[in-house]
Design a protein around this ligand. Structure first.
Ligand SMILES: Cc1ncc(C[n+]2csc(CCOP(=O)(O)OP(=O)(O)O)c2C)c(N)n1
Length: 314
C-alpha cells in the first residue's frame, strides 16, 4: 500500500488478480464442501477495493460489508489469514470465529466486516469522530453498496460526518443490484452522488471498472479528508460478475447485460499497461500464493470450544 505518488500498474494488476483468483478458488472449494457457510463474491469489483486501498496508509481504517474478501486482501489481510478465516480455522484473521461475512483485521486497519446492510456507515462516523478528537491525521473509509443508501443509517451517518467535518470517505460500489433488486426500482434518484449532495457532502462519480480512475478519485478524496476538508463520497459504477450469493440463478438480469460488463473487466481494462512477461509472472506469483494459502488453511487447527468465550465484550 502506498499513500501517494504515481500508480504502479503491475502492483495494481497484482492486487486485482489476487482477489480474482482468490474468489475463483474459494468458489470451487465451497462447492467441494471444504468451505462452510455461504459466500458473497467480489469478481468484477476488484478495481474499487484495490484503487482505494492503494492510496490508504496502514493506520487508516476501512469498514466493509457482506462482500468483504476484496476489501480485506486489498487492505493487507494476507491470503493465508483470509483463507484460514473462511475455513473457520484458528489461524484465520478473526481466529476462525468470523468466517466470510466478518472478515477483517484491526492490525491492518480493517474492522471485521459488518454484514448488516449500511452497518458500516454508522460505525465509520464514530471512527472519524475518534480520529478528529485525537487529532490524528488518519482517514476512515466506508465501503458500501448502492442498496445501503435506502437504509436510515446511511443518511444519519452522512449528515453527522458532514456537520462534524469528519475525515471520512464514503465509497459506494454501485453494481446496479441490491441482491435481485435493480436500483432504479427502489430509488427515483439515479446516482448515489446526488443523494450525498443533499447533505452538503461533495461527491464524485467514477468508472469503477478502471482502477486508475478509481485510484485518482480516491487519492483526491483521501487527501481532502486527511487535510480536514470533511467527508466525501466516491461513487464507483461497477458490476458484480457472479450472483449475489451462492444460490442465485441471476434471473433478474440479462446475459447480454452481463457480457457488456464483462467486456469492461477491470483486469482487461488495465492489461494494456502491462507486458506479457509481467502478466505471466504475476499469474504465477498469485497462483503460488493461493496454493500456499489453501495448504495453510487446510492444515491449521479449528479453534477449541473454550476459545468461543475469548475476545468478547462483557
Ligand atoms: C439491514 C439488512 N437488510 C437486509 C439484509 C439482507 N441483504 C444482504 S445483502 C443485501 C443486498 C445489498 O445490496 P448492496 O448494498 O447494493 O450491496 P451488494 O450486494 O450489491 O454488494 C441484502 C438485502 C441485510 N444483510 N441487512
Amino acid at each position: 500500500m502506498i499513500e501517494t505518488g504515481a500508480p504502479s500498474a503491475p502492483a495494481l494488476y497484482r492486487g486485482m488478480l489476487l482477489i480474482r483468483r482468490f474468489e475463483e478458488r474459494v468458489f470451487r472449494l465451497f462447492l467441494e464442501g471444504e468451505i462452510p457457510g455461504t459466500l458473497h463474491q467480489y469478481q468484477g469489483q476488484e478495481a474499487v477495493a484495490v484503487g482505494v486501498c492503494d492510496v490508504l496508509r496502514r493506520d487508516d481504517w476501512v469498514t466493509s460489508t457482506h462482500r468483504p474478501h476484496g476489501h480485506a486482501l486489498a487492505k493487507g489481510v494476507s491470503a493465508r489469514e483470509a483463507m484460514a478465516e473462511l475455513y473457520g480455522k484458528r489461524t484465520g484473521a478473526c481466529k476462525g470465529k468470523g468466517g466470510s461475512m466478518h472478515l477483517g483485521d484491526p492490525a491492518v486497519g480493517m474492522l471485521p466486516a459488518i454484514a448488516i446492510v449500511a452497518g458500516g456507515a454508522s460505525v465509520v462516523s464514530g471512527m472519524g469522530l475518534a480520529m478528529k478528537l485525537r487529532a490524528t491525521d488518519q482517514v476512515a473509509v466506508c465501503f458500501f453498496g448502492e442498496g445501503a443508501t435506502n437504509e436510515g443509517a446511511f443518511h444519519e451517518s452522512l449528515n453527522f460526518s458532514a456537520v462534524k467535518d469528519l475525515p471520512v470517505v464514503y465509497v459506494c460500489e454501485n453494481n446496479l443490484y441490491g441482491a435481485s433488486t435493480r436500483y432504479d426500482l427502489v430509488s427515483r434518484v439515479a446516482d448515489v452522488a446526488e443523494r450525498a449532495r443533499a447533505y452538503g457532502v461533495p461527491a464524485e462519480i467514477v468508472d469503477g471498472m478502471d482502477v486508475l480512475a478509481v485510484r485518482e478519485a480516491a487519492a483526491r478524496a483521501v487527501a481532502t479528508a486527511r487535510d480536514g476538508g470533511g467527508p466525501l463520497v466516491v461513487e464507483c459504477k461497477t458490476y458484480r460478475f457472479t450472483g449475489h450469493s451462492r444460490s442465485d440463478g441471476r434471473g433478474y438480469r440479462t446475459r447480454q447485460e452481463e457480457e457488456e460488463w464483462a467486456s469492461r473487466d477491470p483486469l482487461l481494462v488495465l492489461r494494456p499497461h502491462l507486458d506479457d512477461a509481467t502478466e505471466a509472472r504475476l499469474e504465477a506469483e498469485v497462483k503460488a500464493e493461493l496454493d500456499d494459502a489453501v495448504e495453510f488453511a487446510r492444515s491449521s487447527p479449528y479453534p477449541s470450544p473454550e476459545e468461543a468465550l475469548e475476545d468478547v465484550y462483557a
